[in-house]
Design a protein. Sequence first.
Length: 370
Amino acid sequence: MEKPNSVQEQVETKAEEAVIAQEESSITQEPEKTQEQSVETLPIEESIEVQEETIPPVQPIVAKKADTLIDEARSIIEKSDLTTRNCMEILEEDIEKYEDAKSLLLTKSIHPSEALLKEVGFDSSIEQELDEEEAINFEDIKQIEPIYVRELSSGKFGALILSLLAGLAVIVGWIYVASNALNVVVDPSKVPTTKVQDQILSWIGGGITGGEGNVMIGLVILLVSAIIAIWAVFAVKIFLRESQNYKTAQKVKEDAEFYCTKKEECQKEMKKVSDHINQVITAIDTSKIYINEQNATIERILHIEGDMAFDELHKKSQEEISNTNILINGIKQLLSTPMASENGSLSEDAKIILAKTQKRQETYREKLYS
């Protein structure tokens, strides 16, 4: 009997040793496996994070509300009006500069030159009339009917009144149906008695189905049905108002964009006028220099050749006097041509005369340096 027991003990001992050895090997291998797992799983986690970062976020599509459209329309109009005001201010400054340059040319150059021409006995066959009182009027291109953006009504007050009426109608309807079913006469001008109220509420709270009925349940049903009617009517009314406001806001936005387009056309036209006026001012300044030089030349002629008839003057002197007359008539023609057309924009005649004046001045300059 001892031998089998020793064998069994040996088997058990070997089994225990094997288990202990397996546990020790597992303990020594666990850190390595953990390390391997962490090393292997790290790239996967990083790739997942990278993929999540590269996926663009999905933005919800939100329709523009009526208030947003109204704000955009108001912003468009304000910016357009501001730009137009700036253009108008620039144009008014240019017109003022033109008037100053014109007045200076007349008093310091043209009038003295005309007096000298008379003094030398020169008779101009083509004398340009000049209206000194004429004013430039571009009011038509600066006046566009303004557009006003009003605040949209939320309609909440009207919806509240209507919803309260709907709730009241539901209560009255319940009372009417219950009183007819109970054969109870309810005087609309008086508050029903407590007994009649209890009968009606009991019928609503169960009597309608043939049961005994409950006053409290009837009251709850009455109030809940009225509240539902109030909420439903209010919600529908607000929804309809918002839909109408959105259509109105779209129309206002379209009107604002069209208004802005007209303003842009006005701004372009004012820019043309402003450029033209500045070119005219340049032509005036150039003419002033040329005419002053010619005036000095005529004064020199009068001083050297004396008081002689025009035909008796030196040919060179006659040529200088004729050139002076051409310069004067040319600039007077430019000044006397209206810049504004019938519709208030820049006239075609003004463009043509300016081009002629510039060409004449260029020809005169070429003669001076030829």
